[in-house]
Ligand binder design. Structure first.
Ligand SMILES: [Zn+2]
Length: 150
């Protein structure tokens, strides 16, 4: 068997994941990150060219005209995802990847495979979604941009 060479501490908290599983997820994250960075760098309008190294703040959609809004929405979503991917990769390095950020529960490999940037276990996520829906009733537009990215 070939050596699994990914940044990961010897002593890690996410023992429920096998090294090989983490490697699969790590590779998936890297590929996803590369795809996003490529699409973010292919900018047709100078104004919306974003420095992905800086990971600039998402641009305020209200401040641009409607024709650019759709594109910006996608770009903001990409930036948001990139941040999540970077965070997930950091957590792999720390050995805390795959643990719920809320309750510390182990997140199953299958769930991570389907959603490599998952921060929460299913029950915490459901709770968050209920809270989010309640928030949305109060403020309809806020948070909608990133609703699909979660
Ligand atoms: Zn949880």
């Amino acid at each position: 068997m070939s050596k699994i060479n990914i940044p990961m501490p010897d002593k890690r908290d996410n023992k429920h994941l096998k090294k090989r599983q983490i490697k699969t997820l790590w590779d998936g994250l890297i590929n996803w990150k590369n795809d996003l960075e490529t699409s973010l760098m292919e900018c047709d309008t100078q104004h919306y060219c974003l420095d992905t190294n800086e990971l600039a703040d998402p641009i305020d959609e209200a401040s641009v005209n409607s024709e650019a809004q759709k594109m910006l929405k996608l770009r903001n979503r990409d930036i948001f995802l990139l941040r999540k991917i970077n965070k997930s990769m950091e957590r792999i390095k720390e050995g805390t990847y795959g643990l719920c950020g809320e309750c510390g529960m182990e997140i199953a490999f299958e769930r991570l495979l389907a959603r490599p940037v998952a921060d929460f276990c299913i029950s915490c996520k459901e709770e968050n979604e209920i809270q989010e829906r309640q928030r949305k009733k109060i403020s309809k537009s806020a948070g909608r941009t990133f609703a699909n990215a979660r």
